[in-house]
Structures are given as structure tokens and as C-alpha cells.
Design a protein around this ligand. Structure first.
Ligand code: FAD
Length: 300
């Protein structure tokens, strides 16, 4: 028994509608890869998803001895296979100060911030991307090996079906406004994970305010809007990409998040969670920078 609850059960593998009917031994989420990795020899394997997980799986498929697929295709909806955006300035979005700025933005601004920060969390590590490039270069230009690797960025998968030969992955090539079908025997979904309420919360789920995808809407202190007794709060962790921004599904602010929740439970500042001095003046709605600089100049 507990007066308050903090739900931190992690994300669920993303299995979109077009994949759901096919999930099984030959079409599975990347989180199952290591259980299936023995059975790819001679197969056409397609990895969908151009993030770090997809990159590591493609590298493993090309380099693990004795079980190499006949063909590997790597599909990404991003325009390029891009490295992680790193560095001191990039990392400033993983701070309490940035979270408080983000929370002043209108919905459209929040969405565009998250889209623009994609590579700060989902880009490829230099070690993986370099190893992959070297392996593909070696095969193509040094070993003059048969062309068995297809790198396919800029393709958004929208449907999956089967014909007599195997799967057909239907993609939308946004840049040229055309569609394309890619054949495969095995499909690995390296398309990330989604926040969601765990099954054990089902008896309470219709009493919790959620967005259209079923993810609880969170207040600044991670509290769900729950119509239960005022003294019984439910907090949600790793569910706040929309409410808290890009840092929410990351470990960077884990201690700060815990401090925010403890303060909310205690009703006092047990931990100092106030943002430190930021080195970047992000656009924010409550005190525009230009105004505060003018004010500083005017007051000397
Ligand atoms: C490939 C990859 C790379 C990443 N790289 C980074 C990185 O470089 N930097 C970074 O900051 N973050 C990174 N992340 C994100 C980071 O891993 C997550 O933010 C972090 O693990 C989330 O922690 P969590 O405690 O919310 O969830 P989890 O770590 O998923 O923990 C949830 C726990 O709850 C348990 N659980 C689930 N259901 C139940 C239940 N019904 N009963 C009891 N227990 C249950 C699960 O078994 C699990 O142990 C990466 C994630 C991935 C997948």
C-alpha cells in the first residue's frame, strides 16, 4: 500500500500498425534481435530505423562470422545516416534551465524544438558510423565483393505486405514524392520505443488524463492529472517528452527529476532544483531576452 505512486516502468517497443499483423519469427522489434541473431544466413534482411540501434544491428549483420545474410538493406526516414550532435553547446538542452524555457513555448514551438533536436539524442555514435562506413567501403572498393548492402535513407515506411517471395516493404520517398517497394525475408524494427502506461495501471487508466496516444499529460512536477483523492498523487517518469522536452527520455536529469518529485511529495524544497545559470538565452515567452538586455543596459 502507498499513498502516492511513481510509475517508472520504462518504454514499450514501438510496433506500428503496419507491422503489427506480421510480428513473429521473421518480423520483430530490435529489442528481440539477440534472441534471433542465429537465423539470418542466406536471407534478405531489412533493418528499418536509422538510429544507433539500427546502425549497431547492421554492423553486427555485416561482421558477425558465419551467419551473414544474403542481402542487408537499411531503411531510414531521415535524409541521411547522421552522427550524434555533441558538444558543450548542444548539451545545454539537457539542463533544468532548458526544461523551464521549453515549458514556456506554445505547442507548435515545442514540436519544432523536439524535431530540431533529433540528432542530439538519436544520432549515430562516431565509432559505430565509422566502423560501418569502413566495412561497406572495404567491401565495395577494396574487396570488390558482390553488392549485398543497400543503404536507403529518406524513406518513410507506410505499409508492409507479403507476396510469393517474401515481404514487401512500401516506402514513401518524401524528397522525390514517389513510393518504392523493398523486398525482404526478415524485418528488424529498429524504430525505437514508445512511452505508455503499464498494464497494471489499466484499472485506473480511465481516471487519468491522457493525450490521444494514451500517454498521461504531466504537470511540471511530473504529476498525472488523476481524479482520485487529493492526497494520492501519481507521478510518471519517461512519459514527458511533450511536457518536458528532449531531456525527458534521457538519463541526464534523472537525479533532478527525482528531486522535483520528492519536493512535490514533501510540499517543500527538500532539494534545490532551481535551474543554475544558463549560458544560452533560449527563446522563451515569459521574459524575452531583448527586453531584459535593454533593461540591463538602461539600468547600467
Ligand atoms: C539504445 C539506447 C541508447 C540510449 N542511450 C542513452 C544515452 O546515451 N544517454 C541517456 O541519457 N539515455 C540513453 N538512453 C535512454 C535511457 O536508457 C533511458 O532514458 C533510461 O534507461 C530510462 O530509465 P527508466 O528507469 O525510466 O526506464 P528503464 O531503464 O526502462 O527501467 C524500467 C524498469 O521497470 C521495469 N518494469 C517494467 N514493468 C514492470 C512491472 N510491471 N513491474 C515491475 N517492474 C517493471 C523494467 O523491467 C525496467 O527494469 C538510451 C536508450 C536506448 C534504448
Amino acid at each position: 500500500r502507498a499513498r502516492n505512486l511513481s510509475v517508472a516502468t520504462g518504454m514499450k517497443p514501438n510496433k506500428p500498425d503496419w507491422a503489427a499483423p506480421h510480428i513473429g519469427p521473421t518480423c520483430f522489434h530490435a529489442s528481440d534481435y539477440l534472441h534471433r541473431a542465429a537465423s539470418f544466413s542466406g536471407k534478405r534482411v531489412s533493418v528499418i530505423g536509422g538510429g544507433q540501434t539500427g546502425a549497431e544491428i547492421v554492423l553486427d549483420l555485416l561482421t558477425a562470422p558465419g551467419r551473414e545474410p544474403a542481402q542487408v538493406s537499411w531503411i531510414s526516414n531521415l535524409p541521411r545516416f547522421s552522427p550524434l550532435e555533441e558538444g558543450g553547446f548542444v548539451d545545454q538542452v539537457f539542463t533544468p534551465g532548458y526544461v523551464s524555457t521549453y515549458q514556456t513555448l506554445p505547442q507548435l514551438g515545442k514540436r519544432s524544438e523536439i524535431a530540431g533536436q533529433k540528432l542530439a539524442s538519436d544520432g549515430l555514435t562516431p565509432a559505430t558510423i565509422d566502423a560501418l562506413y569502413e566495412e561497406i567501403y572495404r567491401r565495395k572498393h577494396l574487396a570488390k565483393a558482390p553488392d549485398t548492402v543497400a543503404l536507403l535513407p529518406g524513406r518513410n515506411v507506410f505499409a508492409l505486405d507479403r507476396d510469393a517471395v517474401g515481404y514487401r516493404i512500401h516506402t514513401d520517398m518524401t524528397a522525390c514524392q514517389a513510393t518504392e517497394a523493398i523486398g525482404a525475408d526478415v524485418i528488424i524494427l529498429a524504430i525505437g520505443a514508445k512511452p505508455s502506461l503499464p498494464e497494471f495501471m489499466a484499472p485506473l487508466s480511465d481516471r487519468i488524463d491522457c493525450d490521444p496516444s494514451g500517454v498521461p499529460n504531466l504537470s511540471k512536477d511530473y504529476r498525472m492529472t488523476f481524479d482520485g483523492p487529493a492526497g494520492n498523487s501519481i507521478f510518471g517518469l519517461n512519459m514527458g517528452l511533450a511536457s518536458h522536452g528532449i531531456v525527458d527520455p534521457q538519463m541526464s536529469l534523472m537525479a533532478w527529476r527525482a528531486g522535483v518529485i520528492i519536493n512535490a511529495l514533501a510540499g517543500s524544497q527538500v532539494f534545490n532544483v532551481e535551474p543554475g545559470a544558463d549560458i544560452i538565452n533560449w527563446p522563451r515567452l515569459d521574459h524575452p531576452v531583448a527586453t531584459s538586455l535593454e533593461h540591463a543596459a538602461a539600468t547600467g
